[in-house]
Design a protein around this ligand. Structure first.
Ligand SMILES: [Zn+2]
Ligand SMILES: [Zn+2]
Ligand SMILES: [Zn+2]
Length: 258
């Protein structure tokens, strides 16, 4: 099963307009260093977080999307939702706040929660429960990510493989025994690594993101949702390598076989 990090960046992307930091300056010259907003594809047909860059992602991915999971209703994770209008049939899954936002975006931009001639279905998930969705199992766990009230990550069990996605989370996840247990031994962990240093109740820094990979003993970890103000890609890779983590720092369109 192929997992593709479509977008490896955080809310402002890299380069951020007008920013003169090292990452933004380099990314203007070298397209390989650009970071679009976070989005993930799990083969076959699963999209996690329709980011504002979804059109760019979909035109390059060129695959059908059937199921859409949304970690939370921040714009960098949901604003591309109307771009899914190219698909006739989709199922959308998240907690109530994100599902309502998806319906709302569709209604504003496409004229209805299910645009004309399309069969779009919305499914509200509760945090802290396993759901059976066709052949797979999905768990939506809550994260602390202020100022938004509801935010979460997902664990997918597909074909005997377990894939965990933190979504946006503060470092409190490192104290959340229930969630750590859920992620423990995952075949693939997608961990956010937004900033150089953690911001309590908001985002993970480099050290805490690596600590999460260590604590959960995931077989492979991809670090993503990286801010322009974080270290350079090369320095991040070195930090991950020096800690002996099996994994890598995402670029846009980094993919792994799980
Ligand atoms: Zn975000
Ligand atoms: Zn910058
Ligand atoms: Zn967020």
């Amino acid at each position: 099963m192929k997992v593709v990090v479509l977008g490896s960046g955080s809310y402002s992307g890299t380069p951020k307009p007008l920013c003169t930091c090292e990452n933004c300056s380099r990314a203007r010259i070298n397209p390989a260093l650009r970071r679009t907003r976070f989005s993930l594809y799990i083969g076959d047909g699963i999209l996690v977080d329709p980011s504002p860059d979804l059109h760019y992602h979909l035109e390059r991915l060129n695959k059908r999307i059937e199921k859409v999971f949304i970690t939370h209703a921040h714009f960098d994770h949901i604003a591309g939702f109307p771009e899914l209008q190219v698909f006739k049939e989709i199922d959308v899954y998240s907690h109530r706040q994100a599902v309502e936002m998806a319906r709302h975006l569709s209604a504003i931009f496409l004229g209805g929660a299910a645009p004309e001639n399309r069969d779009w279905r919305y499914h509200e998930l509760e945090f802290g429960k396993w759901y059976k969705i066709e052949g797979m199992r999905v768990y939506h766990f809550r994260t602390v990510h202020q100022p938004i009230e509801n935010s979460g990550g997902f664990v997918f069990e597909i074909n005997g493989r377990r894939i965990a996605i933190t979504g946006d989370t503060g470092p409190e996840i490192l104290q959340d025994g229930e969630t750590l247990k859920l992620i423990e031994g995952a075949d693939l962990l997608i961990a956010e690594m937004t900033h150089r240093e953690s911001i309590p109740r908001v985002h993970l820094g480099v050290n805490d993101a690596i600590k999460l990979a260590e604590l959960t003993g995931a077989s492979y970890t991809i670090f993503a949702h990286i801010s322009h103000s974080n270290y350079t890609h090369e320095v991040l890779e070195k930090k991950v390598r020096e800690r002996g983590i099996r994994g890598e720092v995402a670029r846009d369109f980094t993919w792994v076989e799980v």
